[in-house]
Ligand binder design. Structure first.
Ligand SMILES: N[C@@H](CCC(=O)N[C@@H](CS)C(=O)NCC(=O)O)C(=O)O
Length: 200
């Protein structure tokens, strides 16, 4: 299989962390591309008409895209149990929360790096951070029990979302009012799968 990737994409990192956790790095080749919403790398398009990464090219069957589809596919393929039936709705909701945090955090980066500075709109950036901030509060207030339990795909997604905020938005100091989440992330970020996928 080939994973169309970028070392800095948090969505790609979710998939790469899952692959490391599964011990399957030798079965997935990374194909690194450089892409933005206004400059799509053409190598992505045969796999994903939306031009987004990650996309997973399978030897047989259609290419898969959207990180949540890919993580669920690999979980099924390798029987990892990261989407346990007993907590499936919590797992999916928490994974969706983490993905939305990543989406808002990535859009903030695009606003400063892709959009011409004379067209930048600061209230829009702050509104994106508002989404991230409210989600961080919700993680601290209501999701620590799940995060303290057995590892699910949502743990991977939350870990990648928090590490992406550290990577791109360290100045926002997200830990200040979220001590339990910060403590959880300190342990999660130390896992080998996270260390081996740290963006350079
Ligand atoms: N919902 C998608 C989001 C993927 C995404 O937005 N990836 C970014 C890189 S971090 C991308 O490909 N951006 C290029 C674009 O928006 O055209 C997923 O979970 O895979």
């Amino acid at each position: 299989m080939q994973l169309i990737s970028s070392p800095t994409s948090p969505f790609v990192r979710k998939v790469r962390v899952l692959i490391h956790e599964a011990g399957k790095t030798d079965t997935v080749e990374l194909v690194n591309v450089s892409t933005t919403p206004v400059s799509t790398d053409p190598r992505i398009l045969p796999a994903n008409p939306l031009g987004k990464i990650p996309a997973l090219i399978r030897p047989e069957g259609s290419a898969l895209y959207d990180s949540r589809v890919i993580t669920r596919y690999l979980d099924t393929l390798w029987s990892l149990g990261l989407y346990p039936e007993a907590t499936i709705w919590d797992t999916l909701t928490l994974e969706a929360t983490a993905d939305a945090m990543m989406e808002a955090a990535v859009l903030m980066v695009y606003e400063s790096r892709v959009r011409p500075q004379d067209l930048a709109y600061a209230p829009w950036v702050e509104a994106q951070w508002g989404k991230v901030s409210r989600a961080l509060d919700a993680l601290e207030a209501t999701w620590m029990d799940h995060l303290s339990g057995p590892t699910t795909a949502a743990h991977i997604a939350v870990g990648c979302a928090l590490s992406y905020i550290d990577f791109r938005h360290a100045d926002r100091a997200w830990r200040a009012a979220r001590p339990d989440l910060a403590a959880w992330h300190a342990v999660w970020a130390d896992r080998e799968s996270m260390q081996l996928t740290t963006p350079s």
